[in-house]
Design a protein around this ligand. Structure first.
Ligand code: ZN
Length: 151
C-alpha cells in the first residue's frame, strides 16, 4: 500500500485531509487530521508449524542390579546355571559372567533372559534417568555430606 498523496510506501495513517478520507504516510498525515492507522494486511507467508517436538530418543539400557536379579530368579525357579544356560541357548560360562556382574548382556540377550525368567531387565533410558534423579535427591542427606567431608 502506498500513500494516497505522495505515493511513498510504508506505514499508512487514516487521515482526513480537506474533507477527504485518505490513507497517507506519516509525512503527509501532517496536512490533515489523523483518525487512525491503516491496518497492514499481513503477508500470507506459510506459517511454520509450531515448535516441532524433537522425537524423544528412547534408549534401552540394562537395569542396575541385573546380575543379582537374574541369579535370584533363576534360583527361585530351581535351575542350575547350566540348566538355565541350556534353556536360553547360551553358554554356561556366559551365564556365570552375567550373574557375577562381569558381563553386561546385550539388550537382545537381556530381553531374552527377561522373557524366560519373567523379569524386567531392560528399561528405557529416559525413565531410568528420571528415577535416578529422584532417588538421589531423596536419599542424599546431610549425613552423607559429612561422611564425604570426613574422607
Ligand atoms: Zn505521503
Amino acid at each position: 500500500m502506498k500513500c494516497d498523496m505522495c505515493g511513498s510506501p510504508g506505514k499508512l495513517y487514516k487521515a482526513v485531509i480537506e474533507d477527504a478520507q485518505l490513507a497517507v504516510c506519516h509525512e503527509c498525515s501532517k496536512f490533515g487530521k489523523v483518525t487512525g492507522v491503516v491496518e497492514q494486511i499481513p503477508d500470507k507467508t506459510i506459517q511454520k508449524d509450531a515448535k516441532r517436538e524433537p522425537e524423544s530418543e528412547v534408549m534401552d539400557i540394562i537395569i542396575d542390579g541385573y546380575a543379582e536379579k537374574i541369579r535370584k530368579k533363576r534360583e527361585s525357579l530351581g535351575l542350575k546355571q547350566e540348566e538355565f544356560a541350556k534353556k536360553i541357548n547360551e553358554k554356561e560360562s556366559l551365564v556365570q559372567k552375567i550373574e557375577s556382574g562381569n558381563f553386561e548382556p546385550s539388550i537382545a540377550l537381556a530381553k531374552k533372559i527377561g522373557r524366560f525368567l519373567k523379569i524386567r531387565l531392560v528399561e528405557d533410558y529416559k525413565e531410568s534417568h528420571e528415577k535416578q534423579t529422584k532417588t538421589k535427591t531423596n536419599s542424599f542427606t546431610i549425613g552423607d555430606l559429612i561422611k564425604i567431608g570426613k574422607k
